[in-house]
Design a protein around this ligand. Structure first.
Ligand code: FE2
Length: 231
């Protein structure tokens, strides 16, 4: 698709799904490194913490775990996509890797419907301007499963109180993303979205792109590395 059409689609939907080249060496290394996290056979000096119930987040730093984690983005021109298609001057600031396990009730998720950035009743919450996230949910040799729901276009139609805003979440407007070994999801985080209940253990690698002015020192360091790599 030509850039002009991609730009229209992203503007209208607030997200896109794009594919990795699964024959690239970086991608192959990427999948191997991610699988060690999924299988819980971590490299030395790494461990998990439970940030949300029934989840495991990689510590101390997902950024340093394997060089393919950032190389795969650069190799696939994500920096140019963000600049030319999405139209933002925004840098990678953080990487999170998380296994999610099923809740005992079988129907809850660790993050229900929300926007990362919103204004309700005059209160500003989250990052301004809103950030982007790129999330990859590989399923390895398991069956794909639904992992994320969103309501396309809602980054453009925020209602300024929670009840009116959430009335936009209707069955006919919900779009569901499933895990995939080649397709990643990139979105405007002010769109309404929800993590879906894990049916079995699943993994996600989450890349956060934000502006530097409201970030801590570690995130700023990450941004400097990203700037060097994409210069
Ligand atoms: Fe979110």
């Amino acid at each position: 698709m030509i850039i002009r059409e991609q730009a229209k689609n992203f503007y209208l939907n607030n997200f896109s799904t794009n594919v990795f080249d699964i024959t690239s060496k970086t991608y192959i290394n990427y999948m191997s490194a991610l699988e060690t996290i999924y299988d819980e056979t971590l490299k030395d000096d790494y461990h998990f913490v439970e940030k949300y119930p029934y989840t495991q987040d990689l510590r101390p730093s997902a950024f340093d775990y394997d060089e393919s984690f950032v190389d795969v983005l650069v190799e696939h021109g994500i920096d140019l996509y963000i600049k030319d298609v999405i139209g933002l001057n925004i840098c990678l600031s953080h990487i999170q890797i998380r296994n999610a396990h099923p809740y005992p009730d079988g129907k809850s998720s660790y993050q229900e419907w929300h926007r990362d950035t919103y204004v309700y009743d005059g209160n500003f919450v989250g990052m301004f301007p809103p950030g982007l996230k790129l999330i990859f949910y590989p399923h390895f040799d398991r069956e794909p499963q639904p992992v994320l729901a969103c309501v396309p276009n809602t980054a453009l139609t925020m209602q300024y109180d929670r009840a009116s805003d959430f009335s936009q979440i209707t069955e006919n407007r919900i779009h569901t993303i499933s895990s995939s070994n080649d397709t990643y999801f990139i979105f405007n985080t002010s769109m309404l979205h929800s993590t879906l209940p894990a049916r079995e253990k699943n993994l996600r690698i989450i890349y956060c792109f934000n502006y530097g002015h409201s970030l801590d020192e570690n995130s700023k360091k990450c941004q400097e590395m990203w700037k060097d790599m994409t210069a």
